[in-house]
Design a protein around this ligand. Structure first.
Ligand code: PRP
Ligand code: URA
Length: 216
């Protein structure tokens, strides 16, 4: 598949992406600017994330003649946000692809163990027939992504793309150790995790930066 390396990872490389990522990474960027920039970046990331969406030919009529056009299959894909930071990506995906359904999985990382804890789930019907774009800005240890993919697979979902902004090598390895067939689309592949399982250089806590919260 074009753009993917042998490890099933697609790193979106473009000067606009690099510029917007630099804004997100900068410590002094305030929440309103962070949210706006994430929103802009999510539109760019939507293209590789939805690159393999299933299409079907449809007969349509332009003002001049009949033609066969490619349109998205039913049921339409489902965009799934890993709350809460995932909304920063999925809101933009949903604007680019408004036909898609939107689902939510509430997960947070325990601050002491860095293990994910599930607190909410809301997904549309026919999940087993839908392609899913699972979005979360950060792929750190990979624990949250793995829990979300397991939840979706338990519902019969077989076609999942994981989309993020910043991925750590450790998170990519964890996800692909369990799910080698799940493509990972990211705007950046960073260096490593620190001792608190934060991504370096990273951008800090994505949820806190989006919403201007600082949790103790
Ligand atoms: C962040 C991020 C991911 C998770 C990534 O969420 O948005 O969901 O951490 O870390 P992992 O790969 O090690 O699991 P957080 O737990 O801070 O929750 P929030 O989105 O509610 O802020
Ligand atoms: N979650 C975040 O929001 N940022 C990190 O660097 C790691 C996990």
């Amino acid at each position: 598949m074009s753009g993917y390396n042998q490890k099933n990872v697609y790193v979106l490389e473009h000067p606009l992406v690099s510029h917007k990522l630099a804004i997100l990474r900068a410590r002094e960027t305030p929440p309103h600017h962070f949210r706006q920039t994430l929103h802009e970046l999510s539109w760019l990331l939507a293209f590789p994330a939805l690159q393999n969406v299933r299409m079907t030919p449809a007969e349509i009529e332009t003002p001049l003649e009949k033609m066969t056009a490619a349109t998205m299959c039913d049921p339409k894909p489902c965009l799934v946000s890993i709350l809460r930071a995932g909304n920063g990506l999925i809101d933009g995906f949903s604007q680019i692809c408004p036909e898609a359904s939107v689902g939510h999985l509430g997960l947070y990382r325990d601050h002491d163990t860095a293990k994910p804890i599930s607190y909410y789930s809301s997904l549309p019907d026919q999940m087993e027939k839908r392609q899913v774009i699972l979005g979360d800005p950060m792929l750190a240890t990979g624990g949250s992504a793995v829990m979300a993919i397991e939840t979706l697979q338990a519902m019969g979902v077989s076609d999942i793309v994981f989309a993020c902004l910043v991925a750590a090598p450790e998170g990519v390895a964890t996800v692909h150790c369990k799910f080698p067939d799940v493509p990972i689309v990211t705007a950046a592949l960073d260096r490593e995790l620190n001792e608190l399982s934060y991504i370096l250089p990273g951008l800090g806590d994505a949820g806190d930066r989006i919403y201007g919260t600082v949790r103790s």
